[in-house]
Design a protein around this ligand. Structure first.
Ligand code: SAM
Length: 178
């Protein structure tokens, strides 16, 4: 957040940065857009908590406001999963392994960073969503006009897609979606 603050000041952009838990953070009817990018959704072990995050976003949007969530879709992941990936990073190596859990419900990603002959491990488990599943969660949370895209330029979500972006609108505004 300190780095983000510095970047915003350099760019003379006036922003309010806050640190909060998306499970509990709500600012009723305060925003036109809630944007959740680069797989920042699905980390709670209880699926009801992930659904709660969507309801919090719904509550924080003004009528007509839109929620966008950008994740690695289950369909996309299925195309390349199973091959360990090795990335060179500033003289170190990162090995990434993905493991599908609970009949394609969740994904565990394990990383090993090897630098100067020393290995360190990290791991994250998150829910995996197909387009239909995430669209259904949006609708359950009260969103209308829910659509899936394969990119931020509005590409279709299809066999070329690298990301899954779902957009929903909070009913009640006169802006419509565009
Ligand atoms: C894969 S990273 C994406 C980071 C960033 N959005 C980006 O585009 O680089 C996932 C992010 O989800 C955030 N996150 C996970 N659980 C959270 C929670 N309960 N409340 C708020 N943020 C959370 C983490 O802090 C992390 O920054």
């Amino acid at each position: 957040l300190k780095r983000a603050q510095a970047v915003c000041e350099d760019a003379a952009v006036d922003v309010r940065l806050i640190r909060a838990d998306m499970l509990t953070h709500v600012e009723p009817e305060s925003y036109d857009v809630v944007l959740n990018v680069f797989t920042s959704f699905g980390y709670f072990d209880d699926p009801r908590d992930n659904a709660r995050v969507l309801r919090n976003a719904h509550e924080s949007l003004a009528p007509g406001g839109q929620l966008l969530i950008d994740v690695m879709g289950k369909e996309v992941l299925a195309g390349w999963i199973g091959r360990p990936q090795i990335v060179e990073l500033d003289g170190a190596y990162v090995v990434q392994r993905d493991t599908v859990l609970d009949s394609w419900t969740r994904l565990r990603t394990d990383w090993t960073l090897v630098r100067d002959g020393i290995a360190r491990d990290a791991s994250i488990t998150s829910f995996l969503y197909s387009a239909a599943e995430l669209r259904g969660l949006f609708e359950d949370a009260g969103f209308a006009e829910v659509e899936c895209f394969g990119g931020f330029d509005g590409e279709p979500y299809d066999h070329h897609s690298k990301r899954l972006i779902v957009r929903g609108t909070k009913p009640g505004g006169d802006r419509g979606s565009s």
